[in-house]
Design a protein around this ligand. Structure first.
Ligand SMILES: Cc1ncc(COP(=O)(O)O)c(C=O)c1O
Length: 402
């Protein structure tokens, strides 16, 4: 298996020990958490690399594994950053389309995408942009391919705690034979609402800074603590590369991360549950399932086609209204101009068979017919969006953009 490391990782003279440049307590706590959640036995001294967010952990994992010309299989649509990392490593992305409207994995199509040059398979579940949570059956197909075709897997599990309808995230590494060939990447960003932008109340942000730290208060952007969990020889190569890219994740934020990761199990549960909360201070916590239902009802009610209700993450990938002649990009522009509501055009997430000439009008393929809404907003913001959209409804009750 060690031959699977990239030449970059192998040529570095001395692989670093785990005790450099991180707060060891985070590794101890992560090992405890993955044991509880996924029954994985992880050595906190050798199997973990603490990085600047999942983004760096993923990049370092790709650089540790992928050599020029190696093929990397990804599912389409997919989160944007993977392809750039693969390209920087000299790898060749090979996309397998998930089938709309339910974004199902076609086992035949997937198996055909794997060649003798496939080094790794990328899996993001819960999935951005669709909100899909890969089922155990689908994971078994992916695991089967990794084992029989001798491939590694790199997972992105940043939404691991945010699932709905009693759906539970299963880590690919927990399937038989997979821990030894999987790099798990994840981070604080989504679980503790410390991703790209500021949310919530400004005073609470200050409290969070000075009290360091109650997790649900930590809603400042960019805390940039993530991790890769992998077999020791891969984790060591990842740390090696991490030291060359960023040297270390910011130490004070690592201390905060440790405080956050030791939150009571009810905190993690609360990201999944809905309705009245069962424990003290529950009102601080997110109620993503409630928000998901609110936005699904809102958008379906004004004409969007919502065939697939998100099972996890905090995105809704909505199909444009049936008779809408605008492309996804045109629609989003009008939505911003006329309603003051922002969504992301779906085309940015698609990579297979996208024909740019067909970028608008009725004959565009499904890849031009989806837009992504984020519902990780306060209930007041969601209600304000509903009100703004409500002002543009036609006689049929559907949203009318000119
Ligand atoms: C699927 C996915 N992975 C990773 C990230 C980024 O994670 P981090 O902030 O830990 O770098 C995002 C953020 O939008 C995401 O949606």
């Amino acid at each position: 298996m060690e031959k699977k490391l990239s030449s970059v990782a192998k040529t570095t003279p001395k692989l670093l020990k785990c005790n450099a440049r991180h707060v060891q307590g985070i590794c101890d706590q992560l090992a405890k958490l993955v044991k509880e959640m996924y029954s994985l036995d992880v050595d906190p001294l050798t199997d973990i690399a603490i990085c600047c967010g999942q983004t760096e952990a993923f990049a370092a994992a790709v650089f540790a594994i992928i050599d020029r010309g190696d093929e990397v299989v990804l599912f389409d649509p997919s989160y944007e950053t993977y392809e750039a990392c693969i390209a920087m490593a000299g790898g060749v992305p090979v996309y397998v389309a998930l089938d709309p409207p339910n974004w199902t994995l076609d086992a035949d199509k997937f198996m055909k995408s794997i060649s003798g040059r496939t080094k790794a398979i990328i899996l993001n579940s819960p999935h951005n942009p669709t909100g899909k949570v890969f089922s155990r059956d689908e994971l078994e197909i992916i695991a089967g391919a990794c084992c029989t075709r001798d491939c590694l897997a790199i997972t992105d599990e940043v939404y691991e705690h945010i699932t709905f309808d009693k759906e539970k995230h299963i880590s690919l590494a927990s399937l038989p034979g997979m821990q030894e060939r999987t790099v798990i990447t994840s981070s604080l960003s989504k679980t503790f609402s410390v991703t790209g932008q500021m949310t919530g109340d400004g005073l609470l942000h200050l409290v969070a800074i000075y009290c360091a730290i109650l997790p649900s208060f930590c809603r400042l952007s960019g805390w940039r603590v993530g991790w890769a969990i992998a077999p020791a020889f891969i984790a060591s190569a990842i740390r090696n590369i991490h030291v060359k890219i960023t040297d270390s994740a910011p130490a004070p934020f690592q201390e905060a991360a440790l405080a956050a990761l030791t939150s009571p199990s009810e905190y993690f549960e609360s990201l999944r549950s809905v309705g009245p909360k069962k424990f003290l201070f529950a009102w601080f916590y997110e109620e993503y399932e409630f928000k998901r239902d609110y936005i699904v009802e809102l958008l379906a009610g004004i004409g969007f086609q919502i065939c697939f209700k998100p099972q996890g993450s905090f995105f809704l990938f909505a199909e444009l209204p049936e008779n809408c002649l605008l492309s996804d990009v045109e629609y989003v522009k009008e939505l911003i101009k006329q309603a003051g509501v922002v969504a992301v055009p779906g085309c940015g997430f698609f990579h297979t068979n996208l024909s740019l000439e067909k970028s608008s009008q009725v004959d565009c393929g499904y890849q031009r017919r989806y837009i992504r809404f984020a519902f990780c907003k306060s209930n007041a913001t969601l209600a304000a969006a509903a009100q703004k959209l409500g002002k543009l409804l036609g006689a049929s009750g559907h949203l009318m953009l000119n």
